[in-house]
Design a protein around this ligand. Structure first.
Ligand code: ZN
Ligand code: ZN
Length: 358
């Protein structure tokens, strides 16, 4: 019964903004509101009706995926035009549209199909609704996080001198699927030695050497929901300076986790980690935000960043992932998936956080 309650929440939010309908064209929005995972569709929510237009390629899939409360209509040709011909916004004066997602071309097509409707952008309305997860959604993320924990434990013995980063990325991707995930949340990041100082390094043909730090950042999807895990391990003996930054990143994460609770400002959680890293003199080597919401998308609201306006609330699932990156030397990041539930912080990720020496 999840989608009907989402549609109910959506309708209340639309009414609050003086809107009597909403046109949704983004895959993420359609999936969130109806369960449909196809890449071509247009959803019109109005009054009691939620109608998803798509083409014949998706007839069977939509039939299987569409959740209660929404109806699928198979059409040919332009979706906005078909919506106009079917008068799917009849009786409406003002409709919202996804101004942060829609292309200019689709916006024009929509205005042409519904010349009498006044369209207003909804900004981050859907992102705000989907940031608060129900127990089914949290369960899916917890399952995905559990699979990634299991994969981490599995691949530790494979992290050895001579193995390439791509080798390890392949082992991670294979195991995610073996353990029941639908796929990777994103291409696994495996970054060794100097390359570990690049926060978003793609796995390469570089081989792991003795004395390297290796950053492993990966996640998988379960029922569309993502996990996202980072650990940094050491191969052989690593310099004291790298051990030190690992300890600082761990302390910073611990500090931030202590601030996560219902009502906390996301910016304050970021600040808690940043303060620890700054105090140790590495402030300028932590160039990214502390974390992000996790759900049907890998990066969603709330954002844990210095200027984030978001406030944490029960049902939020977020990552907490401080890092220190020393160019030319190496980097460390530690990332856990966390739920705000019952007012407090519940960490889903259970992989060990001490520096593992392989
Ligand atoms: Zn990650
Ligand atoms: Zn992340």
């Amino acid at each position: 019964m999840r989608p009907p309650s989402r549609l109910v929440r959506l309708r209340a939010a639309l009414t609050g903004r003086g809107l009597d309908a909403l046109v949704v064209g983004s895959s993420a929005g359609m999936r969130y509101l109806t369960g449909f995972t196809g890449s071509h569709g247009l959803l019109i929510v109005r009054g009691d009706a939620a109608e998803l237009l798509t083409d014949a390629r998706y007839a069977v899939q939509a039939g299987q995926e569409m959740q209660e409360g929404a109806r699928c209509v198979i059409v040919a040709g332009s979706l906005p035009e078909a919506a106009g011909n079917l008068r799917l916004l009849r009786g409406c004066a003002r409709s919202g549209f996804e101004d942060e997602e829609i292309s200019l071309r689709d916006h024009r097509a929509l205005k042409k199909a519904f010349p009498r409707i006044r369209f207003r952008g909804i900004g981050g309305l859907l992102q705000g609704l989907s940031a608060v997860k129900d127990s089914g959604e949290i369960g899916a993320i917890a399952e995905a996080a559990g699979i990634s924990d299991r994969v981490f434990a599995d691949i530790l013995p494979l992290v050895r001198p001579g193995v390439t980063e791509l080798d390890l990325a392949a082992e991670i991707a294979y195991r995610h699927r073996k353990y029941g995930a639908e796929g990777d949340a994103f291409e696994p990041i495996v970054a060794a030695g100097e390359r570990s100082a690049m926060p978003h390094a793609k796995a390469s043909r570089a081989r792991i050497r003795m004395g390297d730090l290796v950053v492993l950042d990966f996640g998988c999807t379960v029922r569309g929901y993502h996990s996202d895990l980072t650990r940094t391990v050491a191969v052989g003996r690593v310099p004291a300076r790298l051990k030190r930054i690992h300890r600082i990143v761990r302390d910073a994460q611990e500090e931030a986790l202590g601030v996560v609770r219902e009502g906390a400002a996301a910016a304050d959680v970021d600040a808690a980690a940043r303060r620890v890293i700054r105090r140790e003199g590495f402030g300028r080597y932590f160039p990214h935000s502390l974390g992000h919401g996790l759900g049907l998308q890998v990066h969603e609201r709330p954002r844990l960043a210095p200027l984030s306006p978001d406030v944490l609330t029960d049902g939020n699932v977020i990552t907490v992932e401080p890092g220190i990156y020393l160019p030319g030397t190496g980097g460390v990041r530690i990332e856990d998936d966390v739920v705000v539930r019952g007012g407090t912080c519940e960490v889903l990720t259970i992989s060990p956080k001490e520096l593992i020496l392989l």
